[in-house]
Design a protein around this ligand. Sequence first.
Ligand code: CA
Length: 529
Amino acid sequence: MRNNAQNPPPSKGGARGGIPGSCLLMKGRINGKSERHSSNLCPQERGIVAFLALVVALSASNTRAAEQPPNIIFIMADDLGFAELGCYGQRIIRTPNIDKLAADGVRFTQFYAGSPVCAPCRCTLMTGKHAGHAYVRDNKEKGPWNKLSEKYGTEFTGQIPLPATEVTLAELLHQRGYATGAFGKWGLGHVGNSGAPTDQGFDLFYGFYCQRHAHNHYPAFLWRNDQKEQLPGNDGKSAKGQTYALDKFIENSLAFVRDHQKEPFFLYVPVTVPHLSIQVPADSLAEYAGKIPETPYKPPAGATYHYFPHPTPHAGYAAMVTRMDRGVGQIVELVHQLGLDDNTLILFASDNGPTYDRLGGADSDFFHSTDGLRGRKGSVYEGGIRAPLIARWKDKIKPGGEADQPAAMWDILPTLCEVAGAQPPKDIDGVSLLKTFTNNEPAPKRDYLYWEFPGYGAQQAVRAGDWKAVRTDLSKGPQRWQLYDLAADRTETFDVADEHRDVVERLAKFAEAAHTPSKQFRLPNVDKK
Ligand SMILES: [Ca+2]
């Protein structure tokens, strides 16, 4: 109010005797000065100055946007069934923030993981190659990389490492000038070997190198690049602790966004939820406890795995997903608060289908986690490899979009390269989905999608149009191809191979072309001895 008293009273246009809107020009001529302090300007002049300032600011911001590639945030859940999200039909588990992300962006209805288990899927994401070409094709822990135990004082020495020769998404974005950070579960090597994230394009990694280490959400320590950080209140052996790993991933992700808000950044958040064990802080559990029918979970006698017991596994599982959803909401909110909405592409996906056989107390039937699709984690039937994919980018992606374009994890690398203006390597299998994101246009044409997986009995699958060919149990002997028409039979119930021999032959040829034998990951009864 005091300012008003010092400044001239507001006047209507022309009240000083000039032509409305012309006083700046008049005074400029009269005084012969072009620069004056704004407090000496009449209201019309102030309006013009403010307008010009806005034009200058906008053009500067446009120039910056043109010069500076957009930020990219890729959040990936672990073993989350696509139908465990409200926006994909879930009725019990609440995921309001991810649902909002989908409502504000585009939701893919036929997106696929790169593999039905963790490490190989991460390899397809990082290299843009499907499992017929990818270096890592299964979770594998036995090998020379296991010899790091003594040096690093841990039994969790990670899976088979990505070799230095592989070009990763993080390296491509880093070369383009991006700050790169990963917070969560890596699974493609360990500090001390070629697969360390800091040797594969990331400035900063915080979390679990080894997937087995991540089976306890209250670990005694997590890695920050080559440093072990103890977590307060966790002994790493108990089902309970004080510091929940997911919370640390979100906390570090938020810090990374704040630290790098002025430069292009690539934030990769491969959270470890809702992978087993079922463990969640009490405040989250309270949201569901007593509201869902339960059978307490105890590991069966003689079980070879070591997932913790849980008195209310349904509530525990649902609470894990909802807590992850809260973390997603916190990241999205920070982007908004920092004014980065229109220059940040945010993606959400999962690495493979949901858990099978009530392992560790999980219950994919109870939650309808695959919306009726056949197969779970570890299977190349649809339920094992179908995954959510949501992309939000304010003003670039139309809100509320739904894309039925079949696409897969190995498409993410070329997509993000196009977003960033980086050149993807020539030997990848993926295609860019950017036009599907922004205009719901079909992705560049390709003949098929291909999966192979030497685990869980050894399997292959090919999708071409609505046809899907599957072979399972290759470890038991040579197997015939099954054939399903996904348009008519989404649950892969009716094998129509005998009725469509020509189709089987065509898809089998695709599989033959897609499969390159791997020394590390033999495909039994497909590879020659
Ligand atoms: Ca997984």
